[in-house]
Ligand binder design. Sequence first.
Ligand SMILES: O=C(O)CCC(=O)C(=O)O
Ligand SMILES: [Fe+2]
Length: 414
Amino acid sequence: MSDMSRIDLSSCKKIDKNLQTNIIRLCIDEISYNNFYWRFIKQNWPAILTNVSNEWECSHTWISSKLGADATINFVFLKDKIEDCLVPVTICSDKSVSSELSFYDFLNKWEKYIQSSDSDEDCNFPYLKDWHLKSQLPYYEFYHIPKHFSSDWLNEFLTENGLDDYRFVYMGPKNTCRTPFHVDVFGSFSWSVNVYGCKKWILLPAGEELKLLDQFKKLPSKINEEALRKSNVAFFVIYQQKNEAIFVPSGWYHQVYNITDTISVNHNWFNAVNIRYIWCNVSENLRKVMNEISDLKNFHNFYEQCQQILHADFGLNICEFLDILCFIAKKRLFMIEKSRGNANNGNIQCLSSMMFHLNDFHICYDLKNIYTLLKTMTQDKIVYNCKELYKKCITFISLLDQYSHQMSESTSCL
Ligand SMILES: O=C(O)CCC(=O)C(=O)O
Ligand SMILES: [Fe+2]
């Protein structure tokens, strides 16, 4: 992205609770970063933003729009632009099975499927999911992160450290499959933009899924509206159209179905707002692992073993989680330090990897949330008993203590 946007966050204004009972569609230009942050992200409430991807490169090149005709997928361009490679696909029939397929084979199959105009449900058709196209082609700017979703500590940490990120492309042939009923990785937020086509989302407010637990405390992999109504479950149905972004809050279970052929860009992410929830999930999962292999607890490397299993099963262990917090804290502190002595105090510039400038309120808000979470972590038995983790927390707490004055003073409203 060549243009750098400013991300201006200011103190929370009182939220009108009445606005939060339905799912609202808002044009992206009609809601400021600040309002979106407090009204939806902080309230953990879904929203649809419209007019999000009209200007994206992929909206023009991956799709052919001929005057007077329906837009179609430009298979020729896709093959021209992207070299053949293996892509992750899922076959959605009964249990989701994941494998890999050549991208060109996938496109050829898809093109044939469209030409056959067979609209029957075909659950054996591959669904291209969780493709790391952006990290595969970092210089290909086929989309831009909407600024409303740009406070993303997870991908900021991962991309700047050359690690596997959570930025994906999905390509789903119509009526083929659904993404099963699930909650997102670590309990993260997700945002997803339809570049092409229409998806049907069924979204459950966090906690409603508990009404669906069976006698073995298992959740179903598939849901439908009738069954949800029978179980007295509150839910929302959203038809997401082209150029629309959906914000999926933390801990909200959902199922997604491709009503038409679809192409979407999806990110998973967390930030100051849901970091405490992510911590609860990581630590709860560690406790589960410790219980599961408790017969090995007298081995000298029991703790390391648990962390390894947690990383493999959950995707994130406590050391990695703490690394993310400390990385973000260090970056934010660096910018405060850099701007010291700078008369323009309301405008500390913090260039995140996403190329957005954070104002000083945002930086201090991020730091305050890291600070209080680190304090909570030091009181956790697992952290307290691990010398290395405990020491790292304490070091960062005392570092942040030196900035407590600055953190409490930051009140800029922009
Ligand atoms: O688009 C899909 O099929 C699934 C997307 C999803 O689950 C998400 O973005 O959280
Ligand atoms: Fe999801």
